[in-house]
Design a binder for this molecule. Sequence first.
Ligand code: ADP
Ligand code: MG
Length: 617
Amino acid sequence: MDIIHLLPDSVANQIAAGEVIQRPASCLKELVENSLDAGATHIKIIVRDAGRTLLQVIDDGQGMSPTDARMAFERHATSKIQSAADLFSLHTMGFRGEALASICAVAQVEVITRRADSEMGTLLEINGSNVVRQEPCQCQQGTNIKVKNLFFNVPARRRFLKTDSTELRNLIQDFFRIALVYPKVQFTFVSDDEIMFDFSAGSYKMRIEQIFQHNARKQFSEQLVDIKVNTEIVNIFGYVGKPEAAQKGNPQYFFVNGRYMKHPYFNKAVMTAYSGLLQHEQVPAYFIYFDISPSAIDVNIHPTKTEIKFADEQSIFQILLASVREALGKFNLIPSLDFNREGDIEYSAPDKAVTNLSIHADTTYNPFKTRSANSWQPTVDHRRTDVDSNWSRLYGNATSPAAGKTQADVAIGTAAQQPTIDLKFAQSVDKEKLWQFADRYIIMPTPNGLCFIDQHRAHINIMYHLFVQQMENAPAGSQQLLFPDTLDLSADDAVLLTEILHELRSLGFDIETIGPESFIINGVPSALTNQNGVRALLDIIAEIKSSGINSKQHWHEKMAWALASNVAIPYGKTLNQDEMKDIVERLLALPTPALTTKGQQVLSVLDIPTINAMFNK
Ligand code: ADP
Ligand code: MG
């Protein structure tokens, strides 16, 4: 007896719906995307009970003919692609032709639609995949679709829904993700008869403002800086938040070809650009739009998935990193350390002209100005040159062009911050004025207060940057061990070690493989003086394993970190004046002296107002 039979469409659609339509928000997303694909300029969304009883989308798009309206609810019915090849030149949000079929399998749907070229529109009623009514009707051009009682015939799904407030939050979240990409489309969002959002058409920045401007937050868009870069691989534009506006919970959005996406690796690129500019746990806002050939991403991505695969993620990482850095550098958003905080101390240059000059320093300082968008070559070197020049100007590093110049040259600060560093101080770090406290902190007087530098973290920071550079450029010196160490690893660690052998060599390790899981260490980086090479290697492996991210650039940072932690001057070590001066000067020449790459505070200033306050002044 034959036992195989085809499932009726209604059942097949219901199964498919389980994947595509998981909750009211996914249903709304599909409907709104259809309106956008139909070229709508105004989209009105009406929901009731967080979409449980009603989800309605009214658009002024191209509408559907009576036959198309009927077809639209069949599975794999789409007007958007003809063949698989079209997938690679896709410019619509939808293409699978399964959304409406899925929705009508699990809800009661009513559509009213009319094309511009026909006088009469069509009304169509479908109840759990069964067409119960189709008739001509009078209506506006466009499509008005009502999805009622979602999951009415799938109790299990209905029970699976969260509270109304959670589902409404999901609806709003998905709505924002779309509204942020279509600023030229007017959106109205009504929930339980109340207008929640009414966004007029405008620019990207306006839309961001419309969504994220809260009363508590003054001029959200003023806290944003433009980013823009066009390369052969990808075009990127958008906005990143100024570091000083960083705070927990700030919105962070990536979009690719008009679609919201999550991308932890690209997020890392953005965060790397901010390293040293943020206080611990504060996050910058960003809205970054990628424009890329559909053939360079995995377009066949599932509608409910937001992770998108790119063909050339590493190059894009670098482009993104460089462009965010450029944006932050262009506006001279250098670390706003306590050094230049406005206090009630007197500015040491009372000369008005000088003050004005330095206030406008941000327009003259642009380390990237001469670089064309295509010639990006972001390496650690850039990091050194961009912000470094501020620090060396500030501290009058011997090689700095500012050494010996006028006060205006050494003054730094953003437009909002008065520079308060004087020339005397900027000349160089005076080693006689440094002292060590608790065998832990180097203390340096500055005009604004006492700067405390954590000796161990400062040295980690210095060595970290050195090691990152060594891996990318010149290999480091190695010292041969008199008595080579052997290292036996577990199988997975051995695979990892083999994968990073090249980098380890550039750091100064001399490692020989003597078996699948056994190695001999003949030499270690010369920075590792007396320390244990095996321990450093195990730390490196552990550090890499601790991050889920699988990219060489990321690994380099992890390796540099582990090795720097191993070699850094420990707490409790007494330092002489020359050692302190060396550490302070090298630290201040770093692009990000104030924070380690893990966000730990390296230096902090006890400022004069605080000191005065101790005396009730
Ligand atoms: P897809 O969007 O993947 O093509 P859908 O099931 O979402 O699949 O929609 C099927 C078809 O119905 C679309 O290709 C489109 O032709 C038509 N359609 C759906 N919604 C609208 C709308 N709001 N305006 C005009 N046409 C629409
Ligand atoms: Mg669709």
